[in-house]
Design a protein around this ligand. Structure first.
Ligand code: HEM
Length: 703
């Protein structure tokens, strides 16, 4: 293992040496392009090597190892598979999430994850890789042998403690599309038009672009070559990769034409400008739509504030973020993938997720084995259905059948069990430790240990299972307990994961001088008169990115935002307050919003400004069990409003509903009482005649 550590140190040293001299922005004749490198260099010119790929994940807490160095905890803990069976099993028919966010919100999360986190597993070469197989309880109904599990590659720090290298840059820089090392980027690029390479055969057959299937596999087939090696991990993920590759080439074509550049001589310039524009759109979606939706607008903006570039901020991804918190998405992954046309009708049979693992080609393969481009149909499909509630429960496709369709991984594995085992491999601590690390109060219940688990979740089945497994909250591991937490205010996640995510994204943003809201970027690449035309237009919606990159008959408009299945929704309700959030439909730019609240006939109108805070919190006059209707409209011009949507709900905790009776109902009740009385009299008579027989039976049987 030591030689592997030495090798990794050498690789990091080599990258440093290569880049050590400089951080020049790209100059082409008189053209000056502010530039970052795909290996993460130059996001902060004064600290150009801050945020490189191949850096050690930061630990926010002391590692939890038996020997303090690297021997995983777990010998006195329940097996990860047992925890998975009791806490992560998802029964059929769970309710979808309260906000009605679509499955695309979940799969976009996976795509983003593959932009900034990848720890490699030790390769199993001639029995060298360390194994930490997952024990399977005897009573298990799915598996009857331990689940194979390889430990992660590591470096030893000065104290001999294991540390883990992130192969990717922490920035939101579409490394999953452009690669995270200069070598990989070079392999992905075309020598003309500033473009990314596309698959030549598929392009010839369909006239549409896909990542090239040119990465040789041991079985003689070819995997797609993308920025991130996992792009073929499931069919929907591959659709995301295809979308952002096409979006790069879209901007490359438009930039070349608008700036009348030479496709060969200016290849580098076109590539770099198109890359910045592609990243602007991606960051705007992550920050402007995905994160406020996931973490709740009110939480998110309160926790992260405005963008300010801060030189010297360390953007490095923390180990708990990638090993536990950002794996939250595993709970929202559905059991199947749906392909819809623009009228929302299926264009091919639903694809069970168990058949979609490692099957990128299904995005272009019709049921007859011929070629059809389904990219737009997959966005329409997953964009039209709400994902399941985000909690500890995870569908069987991931929990019992992970990669079961791939012969090399037969009979399959259990993803939540792997997450728990990976956390032990990486020496992660307990939920209380991480709560303290982000300034939250730990759970403490000395009198009644079960109570702490009940504070985590109102689902008594899960709180009791966690109690049974751990007994004491101070023992509860971060993945199962973090996932189980009830959603925090207007967030889709629990409190601990909400804070951990906000903290990480906040650092990633402040460390990036080329963030999409940075003045230099705004002036150079956006609006009507940018230095590098054509400018990226705001506001940016997922639908606009999808529509420009899919076939005519797969357009998502006029339905609007693909991250949501409704426009206005209840994000949080307590007995005495509620939070409403909404999305601005495409094409509407509103400086003000009109929120009309009807509380049992008492109507109030609230005017609210602001471009990003598309949410409002109401507490005045709210009481338990109150039925409330809220409608939201955009005030597009003085005196003119455009309705956005409406939602009706009842605040929790009201008194049992009082019934009011109409005269008709009262008459009905009186008649029913008379009929009942008559029947009772008749029944009594009958009983008195048969009582002798009844008593005899009673004696024979029970005495
Ligand atoms: C079909 C969907 C998905 C599959 C099959 C999948 C599979 C996996 C697997 C096999 C791992 C490695 C587990 C290990 O430690 O051994 C992993 C890691 C991870 N997954 Fe997923 N995942 C999916 C969706 C998601 C989603 C939706 C998210 C987030 C929103 C996500 C976030 C992560 C993160 C952050 C890691 C750790 C990456 C690293 O640091 O190396 N995954 N996933």
């Amino acid at each position: 293992m030591i030689w592997r550590s030495v090798l990794l140190v050498c690789v990091i040293g080599y990258v440093y040496a290569q880049e050590s001299s400089a951080c020049p922005d790209y100059i082409n004749g008189t053209v000056f392009v502010p530039l970052t490198y795909t290996n993460g260099a130059c996001h902060d010119v004064q600290n150009p090597f801050e945020g490189l790929s191949l850096q050690i994940h930061i630990r926010t807490e002391k590692p939890q190892y038996v020997d303090g160095l690297g021997t995983p905890m777990g010998f006195d803990r329940p097996s990860p598979r047992e925890i998975s069976n009791l806490v992560h099993r998802q029964p059929p028919g769970l309710p979808s999430n309260i906000k009605g966010s679509s499955r695309l919100l979940i799969f976009f999360g996976q795509f983003i994850d593959h932009d900034f986190a990848l720890v490699s597993e030790q390769p199993e070469v001639e029995g060298v890789g360390e194994l930490l197989d997952i024990e399977v309880p005897r009573s298990d109904t799915r598996f009857n042998a331990p689940l194979a599990f390889g430990r992660s590659e590591f470096l030893l720090d000065q104290s001999g403690v294991r540390q883990f290298v992130n192969n990717l840059t922490p920035y939101l820089d579409l490394g999953n599309v452009y690669g995270d090392t200069l070598n990989r980027t070079a392999r992905l690029r075309s020598s003309t038009g500033g473009a990314l390479l596309v698959d030549p055969t598929l392009f010839q057959a369909l006239q549409t672009e896909f990542p090239p299937f040119i990465d040789p596999l041991p079985n003689g087939n070819f995997a797609p070559l993308c920025g991130d090696i996992r792009c073929g991990e499931n069919t929907q993920l591959f659709a995301w990769h295809t979308l952002w590759l096409r979006n790069h080439n879209y901007w490359a074509r438009r930039t070349q034409a608008a700036m009348t550049l030479d496709p060969v001589l200016d290849n580098d310039l076109i590539f770099n400008v198109a890359r910045v524009k592609n990243i602007i759109e991606y960051q705007a979606l992550v920050w402007g739509q995905y994160l406020p939706y996931l973490l709740g607008r009110i939480n998110f903006f309160a926790l992260t504030g405005n963008y300010v570039f801060n030189t010297g901020v360390d953007p490095t991804v923390s180990l708990v973020f990638s090993t536990a918190a950002f794996r939250y998405g595993h709970s929202g992954v559905p059991n199947d993938l749906v392909f819809l046309d623009e009228s929302r009708n299926p264009v091919r049979p639903t694809l069970p997720l168990v058949n979609a693992f490692m099957m990128p080609r299904l995005v272009v393969t019709n049921p007859n084995g011929g070629l059809t481009d389904y990219v737009g149909n997959m966005f329409l499909g997953q964009g039209s259905i709400s994902h399941d509630i985000l909690d500890s429960r995870i569908v069987d496709a991931l929990r019992d059948n992970l990669f079961a369709n791939v012969p090399a991984f037969a009979p399959g594995s259990d993803l939540p069990a792997r997450n728990i085992q990976r956390a032990r491999d990486h020496g992660l601590a307990t939920i209380n430790t991480y709560r303290a690390s982000v300034g939250l109060q730990p759970y403490v219940c000395p009198e009644n240990p079960l109570e702490c688990f009940e504070q985590i979740t109102t689902n008594s089945e899960i709180s009791e299972a966690l109690f049974e497994l751990y007994g004491d909250i101070s023992e509860c591991e971060i993945f199962p307990c973090g996932m189980a937490e009830d959603s925090y205010r207007d967030s889709l996640l629990g409190e601990t994961f909400t804070f951990l995510l906000a903290e990480s994204f906040q650092r990633i943003r402040s460390a990036d001088r080329l963030w999409y809201q940075n003045e230099e970027v705004v002036e150079g690449f956006t609006g009507l008169n940018p230095t590098f035309p054509p400018g990226v237009g705001f506001p940016i919606g997922l639908s606009s990115v999808v529509d420009r990159n899919v076939n005519q008959d797969q357009q998502t408009e006029p339905r609007g935002n693909l991250f949501v299945t409704q426009t206005v929704w209840l994000a949080f309700a307590a007995p005495d307050e509620f939070i409403i959030e909404w999305f601005l439909p495409r094409g509407i730019a509103a400086p003000m919003y009109q929120i009309t609240v009807n509380m049992g006939g008492n109507v109030r109108t609230i005017m609210q400004g602001g471009s990003e805070l598309l949410a409002t919190r109401v507490s005045e006059g709210v009481s338990p069990g109150m039925r409330i209707t809220v409608s939201v409209a955009a005030a597009t011009a003085p005196g003119a409003t455009t309705p956005i949507g409406e939602v009706t709900f009842t605040t929790p905790g009201g008194p049992a509903p009082r019934t009011t009776y109409t005269p008709g109902a009262i008459a009905g009740i009186i008649i029913a009482c008379i009929v009942g009385l008559v029947l009772l009299l008749g029944f009594g008579l009958c009983l008195s005649k048969r009582s002798g027989r009844y008593n005899k039976y009673k004696q024979e049987t029970f005495l």
